[in-house]
Design a protein around this ligand. Structure first.
Ligand SMILES: NC(=O)c1ccc[n+]([C@@H]2O[C@H](COP(=O)([O-])OP(=O)(O)OC[C@H]3O[C@@H](n4cnc5c(N)ncnc54)[C@H](OP(=O)(O)O)[C@@H]3O)[C@@H](O)[C@H]2O)c1
Length: 249
């Protein structure tokens, strides 16, 4: 780490975020980084001066990401595997942020159309969140400005029968993040870390717009909006962010 990347804790015990430092010099793990939202988040973090560790299960897709976003480090890891995630955390060392993007979507024909295969896929996304948060928790608590964010769905506010499995997994993840917020508050005398939920209806990116120029994508959130919101997590103090849920439009 170069000298200008070193971030030291302010002497007042707070996280110092919001006082101008922003994301510069923060080490941020982007878990599930190879989708368009991951590319956008990694690019925005690198542009803001963060040190980005992009994680995915495919070496090939991570290589493609590294070509599109010069400056990211990449790490292959199956985030459903607790031992692999522990090794990843040990190899990464000091961490200031976790941006969790492993999701996916499954729908079924009403309640009886919710399949075990679909639930297993949705539960996997929750499991990757639980694994990464547990493994990185000590580093995040030790950080001068730890930040954790995951992207939920507005369907949690109005679950449908067809999306029962998908929304149940998102609700579990939101609950896990609120527990994480409680952990940060309990384990830090002056709060420096924050667990945050972003919620969207759907994401849209330039490739989707180019593929369907006639579509308007109403209610969709551009991945650049998500990426900007991720970077801005280091512009506000932890006490203002911890335990909050924000709908991104
Ligand atoms: N897209 C939407 O419209 C929408 C709507 C509401 C909420 N969201 C949420 O927003 C977040 C980002 O969504 P997204 O659509 O951009 O991404 P995504 O397709 O849900 O997943 C992101 C990345 O996770 C990686 N991944 C999957 N399994 C993994 C594993 N076991 N270990 C490590 N990495 C793994 C995949 O990369 P590899 O295959 O290369 O590993 C994938 O590129 C998700 O939480 C999603 O549920 C999205």
């Amino acid at each position: 780490m170069s000298e200008d990347q070193v971030v030291s804790a302010p002497t007042d015990g707070s996280d110092g975020a919001g006082s101008g430092g922003g994301a510069r010099g923060r080490t941020v793990v982007v878990a599930g980084a190879t989708s368009e939202s991951g590319v956008a988040a990694c690019a925005a973090l690198v542009a803001a001066g963060a040190v980005v560790v992009a994680v995915g299960s495919s070496e090939e897709r991570l290589a493609a990401l590294a070509e599109r976003v010069p400056g990211v480090s990449t790490a292959v890891c199956d985030l459903t595997d607790p031992a692999a995630v522990t090794s990843l955390a040990e190899a990464t060392g000091a961490v200031d942020g976790l941006v969790h993007l492993v999701g996916g979507w499954v729908g079924g024909d009403g309640i009886t159309g919710q399949t075990d295969e679909g639930w297993a896929a949705m539960e996997r996304s929750f499991r990757t969140l639980r694994n990464t948060v547990r493994a990185l928790y000590p580093a995040l608590v030790a950080s001068p400005a730890g930040r954790v964010v995951f992207v939920s769905s507005v369907s949690v506010d109005a679950p449908t029968a067809s999306g029962a499995d998908y929304t149940a997994a998102k609700a579990a993840s939101e609950s896990w993040l609120r527990s994480l917020a409680d952990g940060f508050a309990a384990d830090q005398a002056g709060l420096r870390a924050a667990a945050v939920v972003f919620a969207v209806k759907a994401l849209v990116d330039e490739r989707m717009r180019a593929a369907s120029p006639e579509r308007r994508f109403p209610g969709f959130t551009d991945v650049s909006t998500l990426a900007d919101a991720v970077v801005a997590l280091w512009d506000s103090p932890a006490a203002e962010l911890n335990g909050t849920r924000r709908v991104l439009t």
